[in-house]
Ligand binder design. Structure first.
Ligand code: NDP
Length: 306
């Protein structure tokens, strides 16, 4: 039986594994995809010690660090279920494999939100995508719309503007919740047009996206002609597995944790974007901090004789 099973291969999961290994805990680290949401960051400028680094490069460093310990077993597999068993928990992975652990740290992150408008599903992968920084490079010299007003949208617009001929940044308010760093960067781009106080009602297309319909006209028309639509309206915490164990969820839909990253179920901890921790501020730095505390709490839990 493992001492700790960490589910999720993002910043929180890797950090938890590093601490868990240094506590000499037998650690099983599992997730469907190495790197998680961190892979989608084109440019990370707020990880201390790295003035600027690509997200995938930072994630590779985390992975190399976490797997440098003999205590850590890394497994790339989708986790489909989890159950309470005597003395711990059983994790069910794809291919009917299982692993048992005395404690579990959920570091499963979050899933991108959808707008739920006509045309969105139909043209998904045909011009509609959910990661501007990943997909912008397919739109060289084209016209695209980025929807949203958070860091993902505004950073995405800045990255898209480097290759696209024209970028519309469509946001339902007239102010942004994104870091002013990114807002300023986008304002400097001559090929970005801010379309503010507008909602997108429909995605139009033929075989591929041809445009989006707005709820109010912009420059005399409620249609924007675009080749691509990057929907960056935030994410929902990935709480399916914690829910199966009966973990409490907070009023915003996040896995509820206390100051020690303990869930409401003994032996279960949470770290990173899925939790109620860090004032819901989803950052590399906060995910790393939560991973640290979760591993410490798992260690304390095991030390106390559970
Ligand atoms: P956020 O939740 O921060 O922002 C989502 C944006 O989408 C908001 O502007 C919101 O509008 C808008 N929105 C939500 N729902 C709708 C809707 N139905 N229709 C239209 N607009 C909608 O999500 P992000 O993905 O931007 O960021 C998530 C977290 O990740 C944040 O903590 C962020 O700081 C972090 N992040 C950090 C990065 C970095 O540091 N480099 C990069 C990317 C993300 P409104 O403002 O009106 O609510």
């Amino acid at each position: 039986m493992e001492d700790v099973i960490i589910i999720g291969l993002g910043c929180a999961g890797y950090t938890a594994a590093i601490y868990s290994a240094r506590y000499k805990l037998k650690t099983f680290l599992v997730g469907a995809e190495a790197g998680g949401m961190g892979n989608t960051a084109a440019e990370v400028g707020n990880w201390p010690g790295e003035i600027e680094i690509r997200g995938p490069d930072l994630m590779d460093k985390f992975k190399a660090h976490a797997t440098s310990f003999k205590e850590v077993t890394l497994k790339i597999a989708y986790v489909k279920d989890i159950q309470k068993i005597d003395g711990g928990f059983r994790v069910f992975m794809e291919g009917d494999q299982t692993v048992d652990g005395k404690t579990v740290i959920f570091a499963t992150g979050s899933n991108k939100r959808h707008l739920g408008i006509p045309g969105e599903t139909e043209f998904s992968g045909k011009g509609v995508t959910y990661c501007a920084t990943c997909d912008a490079f397919f739109y060289r010299n084209k016209t695209v719309a980025v929807i949203g007003g958070g860091d993902s949208a505004v950073e995405g617009a800045a990255i898209a503007a480097q290759v696209a001929a024209k970028v519309y940044l469509v946001h339902r308010k007239n102010s942004f919740r994104a870091e002013p760093f990114w807002v300023e960067k986008v304002k400097e781009k001559k090929n970005v047009e801010f379309v503010l106080e507008r909602n997108v009602l429909e995605v139009h297309g033929d075989k591929k996206v041809t445009g989006i319909k707005l709820d109010q006209p912009w420059n005399g028309s409620d249609m924007l002609t675009v080749d691509g639509v990057f929907i960056e309206i935030g994410s929902n915490p990935a709480i399916d597995l914690p829910l199966k164990l009966g973990c409490e969820i907070d009023e915003k839909g996040f896995m509820k944790v206390d100051e020690a990253q303990r869930s409401s179920v003994p032996g279960i901890f949470g770290a990173g974007d899925l939790t109620s921790g860090s004032n819901h501020f989803a950052q590399f730095t906060t995910a790393a901090g939560e991973g640290t505390v979760a591993a410490n709490s798992a260690f304390n839990f095991l030390q106390s004789g559970h």
